[in-house]
Ligand binder design. Structure first.
Ligand SMILES: [Zn+2]
Ligand SMILES: [Zn+2]
Length: 284
């Protein structure tokens, strides 16, 4: 049992998905911030799991492996993100991986389409350059294209291509289909994970909690920079009613987001429950 202050950031991203830092840089920053524990929850992949085992991690920091699965509400197509902790890796792909693979492929196809369309109207970029920029990642996120554009184009040309990039991105968003939140919840559970509903304030997804709780939801991300005080109070009530754990994290993406590491952390009164939840798959 742990007593006293224990700082856990349970929601962070590296370059394996859409963060800007390498896994080691993320661990180093967590050490500088004097976090006691860090969960790395890259999107839709397990690619970071084996890499975390090779990192240099100080004794003062526990590092845990997690994932964030992109899902949607099939009625509204609004995104619903699920955090999964404690996935049990095996020899064959986990149900989580099979489901998430479709999302990674859609991202790759859309990034290729956007890049080729920009090239067709004269942008000075190439698919080789874009994909090599994304070499640490499990797919090619669209933000990489914007980064390369900014590096190779200037002035009015840059502004014109940047505008087109945003138009193409919006067009692609309409076609993007994620698994339903229920499919996602089941696939994560079948992969051994404890499932937490991420940033319910941003997703406006708290009305889904009763149905998800009946299907085995484990917790709700109470502390997140996008959750207002009203959302946090609502989470407190739902967690009590459905006996769910309350978690917290910053959703830090390095330079790719305005949020700071440890800006939000797990609630202190849940630390023992959370350490038990995370201990299913410790990095070391
Ligand atoms: Zn998210
Ligand atoms: Zn996230």
């Amino acid at each position: 049992m742990h007593s006293g202050s224990f700082k856990i950031d349970m929601h962070t991203h590296s370059r394996v998905s859409d963060g800007s830092l390498s896994l080691q840089e993320l661990v180093d920053e967590a050490t500088d911030k004097e976090l006691n524990a860090l969960a790395i929850t890259d999107h839709d992949t397990l690619q970071h799991f084996s890499q975390i085992d090779k990192l240099s991690i100080p004794q003062t920091l526990k590092v845990y492996k997690g994932v964030e699965l992109s899902c949607e509400d099939p009625l509204t197509h609004k995104t619903v993100h699920l955090l999964g902790y404690g996935l049990v890796e095996g020899d064959s792909p986990l149900p989580f991986e099979t489901l998430a693979q479709k999302t990674l492929e859609q991202r790759l196809d859309q990034s290729r389409y956007i890049t080729q369309t920009l090239i067709a109207v004269g942008a000075n970029i190439s698919w080789e350059e874009v994909s090599s920029e994304a070499q640490d990642s499990a797919t090619v996120y669209r933000g990489i294209i914007a980064k390369v554009l900014k590096r190779v184009e200037v002035g009015e040309r840059y502004k014109r291509f940047r505008r087109l990039y945003h138009q193409l991105k919006a067009q692609c968003d309409k076609d993007f289909r994620f698994p339903s939140y229920m499919e996602g919840l089941i696939a994560l559970k079948e992969s051994g994970a404890k499932v937490v509903l991420a940033h319910p304030g941003r997703s406006k997804a708290l009305h889904l909690v009763p149905e998800m709780a009946r299907a085995g939801l484990f917790g709700i991300e109470r502390n997140h920079p996008d959750n207002t005080d009203a959302v946090r109070r609502e989470v407190d009530e739902l967690a009590k009613e459905f006996k769910l754990i309350k978690t917290g994290g910053s959703d830090y993406h390095g330079l790719n987001s305005p949020r700071a590491l440890a800006q939000d952390i797990a609630p202190q009164d849940e630390v023992n429950n959370i350490l038990e939840l995370l201990s299913y798959n410790k990095a070391y």
